[in-house]
Design a protein around this ligand. Structure first.
Ligand code: GTP
Ligand code: MG
Length: 373
């Protein structure tokens, strides 16, 4: 196999050399365009820039370069469910909305009724039999980072605003995240069943944030409803599916899975548990994957309802068991089905994280020294 320099690699994936150099620099590693990349670095770049490996054979040190798959064959692309993130101020009804759509009761099980982590679920629209993947985010101010993560993994944002409360700080912040992610926004004006609810006022208020309803000459769909009374849910799903049709969302299910970690924790009995969203490819039992600084072979896959499944394709939110340690929420994952490779890539990523942390610490100390002069 020919060795691959950063310059060769940049040509291969169609990204500027500076972006690749910047990636390593941000992680505390100085490389110039002539630096020869090793297989762990190739794996990391695959994670970072979102391309995959062909599924033809097991990846090895020798074949990793040929197995790189930068672009999908158009004939391998098939429709996938839209990924929709629900965002809004604390207590405006995000989790209730999702509960009503999936007929479950997550809210009752939450400490103080506050969502603490990102939850992801899939709902099947009754009228069309089409699936929609929903990501629930916490509204609490402490969870800015999680909301931005949700927004980044999403195709559409639902902004939920309680009609008796109006636009609040986390509503504004959600609007910012949605705008940064550059995805279509649907406004769901909730709690219209409550006395003192003024949905029309919310519509006018949101104009100040550039969210203009169709009747006022804009292009933002507004739906008035009640998550609790199950009003407006059909219309909401119809609107989502309409937008999804326009977006023409597709993915290649015929390759190793890749995606993002939504939430992860250590379970006393089951070990590291990670909620992940498959964005491309198909995840299978016993697949070996890298997820940020960790790796492992999948022992079990559960769907969002806690049922065991054996594989998961694009847009599926699932829970996986079998990682060696707990990854960070927001880490990208990639299946490579070669334990040695996965380990070396995970180790390299862990080292980089440490280096990056050291760098920020160093600049902090420099700043504090300056402040003391
Ligand atoms: P965080 O996760 O803490 O950000 O809150 P959330 O946005 O997920 O709100 P949640 O769904 O937990 O709802 C907060 C409260 O509002 C609960 O007591 C719900 O029962 C109530 N609620 C939600 N939707 C409606 C609605 O349409 N009408 C009425 N009357 N109450 C609602
Ligand atoms: Mg909630």
């Amino acid at each position: 196999t020919e060795p691959l320099s950063i310059a060769d690699f940049s040509k291969k994936i169609g990204k500027p050399i500076t972006e690749i150099v910047k990636y390593f620099f941000a992680h505390g590693v100085m490389l110039n365009q002539n630096a020869i990349l090793n297989e762990s670095q190739i794996g990391e770049l695959a994670l970072e820039f979102g391309f995959d490996f062909k599924k033809e054979e097991v990846l090895t040190k020798e074949n990793i370069f040929e197995q790189l798959q930068v672009e999908d064959n158009p004939e391998d692309l098939t429709p996938r469910a839209p990924i929709v993130t629900i965002m809004g101020h604390v207590d405006h009804g995000k989790t209730t909305l999702l509960d009503s759509m999936r007929n479950s009761n997550v809210v009752d099980g939450e400490a103080g009724g506050i969502t603490q982590a990102i939850g992801a679920y899939q709902v099947k629209n009754k009228a069309t039999n089409k699936s929609i993947t929903f990501i629930d985010t916490p509204g609490h101010e402490a969870f800015t980072e999680m909301r931005s993560r949700g927004a980044n993994a999403t195709d559409i944002v639902i902004l939920i605003v309680a009609a008796d409360d109006g636009v609040k700080p986390q509503t504004e912040e959600a609007i910012d995240h949605a705008k940064q992610a550059n995805v279509p926004i649907i406004v769901f004006v909730n709690k219209t069943d409550k006395p003192g609810a003024d949905p029309e006022k919310v519509k006018v208020e949101l104009m100040n944030y550039g969210l203009v309803a169709e009747e006022f000459g804009g292009d933002i769909p507004f739906i008035f409803g009640s998550a609790k009374q199950k009003i407006g849910l059909e219309e909401l799903q119809e609107t989502i599916l309409l937008i999804a049709d326009v977006l023409d969302l597709k993915a290649n299910a015929k390759k190793f899975a890749s995606g993002v970690v939504l939430e992860a924790h250590l379970d006393k009995a089951k070990g590291p548990v990670a909620s992940i969203l498959v964005q491309a490819g198909t995840l299978n039992m016993r697949d070996v994957l890298v997820a940020g600084p960790t790796f492992g072979a999948i022992k079990d896959i559960e769907n969002a309802n806690g049922l065991k499944i054996t594989s998961a394709g694009p847009s599926k939110p699932v829970v996986i068991f079998g990682l060696n340690s707990v990854p960070n929420a927001g880490d990208k994952f990639l299946v490579m089905n070669d334990e040695k490779m996965a380990r070396s890539i995970a180790e390299a990523q862990a080292e980089k994280q440490l280096a990056a942390e050291r760098m920020t610490k160093q600049s902090f100390t420099l700043d504090s020294i300056k402040n003391h002069i």
